[in-house]
Design a binder for this molecule. Structure first.
Ligand SMILES: [Zn+2]
Ligand SMILES: [Zn+2]
Length: 301
């Protein structure tokens, strides 16, 4: 990739929550767990390492040596399980900067990536990976600067905590908000802040409202949101394109088609996340925006 690259793109490699679900009934939306690639300013930013990361890794094998910044929202398995199968990580000469918050138990993202590869869960340890891996702590509420890209962060409402990310480049913004549960009485101020005037908002829409509030088996407290809440956030935050994301593995293609139609009726900028989908964020080529880096202190953790 060259620094002269002028596009800001968002590429979906895994859009499914909880567990991979390949099969005849999920082939159109895809069965891989979360992995979203953004490219801006000659840099590759990867969000989450679900099984979609394996597929992305196979494509990177044709572009080596390679570098990327990999951001983890949290360490639930569906967001990390692709990392041990990220083939470019095993190849000397590649370089990856890896970002994640310290978990409530005090463990770092490095420890958690390491732990999931320990015997007897995996045949080789993290230390076998020959690429340069540089680990960075994310402090939710603080920003990360990569050349002229500013990545803003905020805590989400999820069991075990999770981090939301907003990528700003040349006046364009793409926001990655999963896994998170909405509040019963108000829109989440952290999510609204991340999503403000965004070109693209990728939002945890695991359930429908009907499932979430189902008297028989409610999903309240499970750490996920609904497409109806996604629409409310997108409207309140003045988002251009809303991406319905983290599909429930129980939702087949026909079900998701139906969600997509209903969401687009309520919010014309709504699209369903699909494996292989690419979006382009409009950017200004006149001058880079002068964004300030810190928003500390305005968050409820
Ligand atoms: Zn998840
Ligand atoms: Zn989770």
């Amino acid at each position: 990739m060259s620094r002269n690259e002028t596009k800001f793109t968002v590429h979906f490699w895994g859009v499914r929550g909880s567990i991979p679900c390949p099969g005849q009934n999920t082939v159109r939306y895809g069965g891989n767990t979360p992995c979203v690639e953004m490219r801006a300013g000659g840099e590759r930013l990867i969000f989450d390492g679900g099984t979609g990361l394996h597929v992305l890794g196979q494509s990177l094998m044709r572009q080596m040596p390679t570098t990327a910044h990999i951001f983890f929202t949290h360490s639930h398995w569906d967001h990390m399980q692709g990392f041990p199968f990220f083939t470019p990580g095993f190849v000397k000469g590649n370089h990856f900067d890896i970002y994640g918050a310290i978990a409530p138990d005090g463990s770092t993202v490095e420890q958690r990536l390491n732990d999931q590869m320990l015997h007897p869960n995996f045949p080789v340890p993290l230390q076998i990976m020959q690429a340069d891996l540089d680990f960075h702590h994310v402090i939710p509420g603080h920003s990360i600067q990569i050349n002229d890209i500013v990545v803003e962060t905020a805590p989400l409402n999820h069991p075990g905590e999770a981090v939301g990310y907003r990528v700003n480049w040349r006046g364009g913004a793409a926001v990655y908000v999963t896994d998170t549960e909405h509040f019963p009485d108000r829109l989440d101020e952290n999510v609204l802040w991340l999503a403000r005037d965004a070109d693209v908002l990728i939002y945890d829409s695991t359930y429908t409202d009907e499932e979430y509030y189902s008297p028989k088996s409610p999903k309240i407290g499970w750490g996920h949101s609904t497409w109806q809440e996604a629409v409310k956030v997108a409207q309140a935050a003045n988002v251009k394109t809303l991406v319905i994301f983290h599909h429930d593995p129980a939702h087949d293609d026909d079900f998701l088609d139906n969600v997509g139609m209903q969401a687009a009726e309520k919010f014309p900028g709504a699209v369903m996340a699909k494996e292989g989908m690419k979006l382009e964020v409009a950017v200004s080529h006149v001058a880079a925006q002068n964004l300030t880096a810190s928003h500390v202190g305005q968050f409820s953790a």
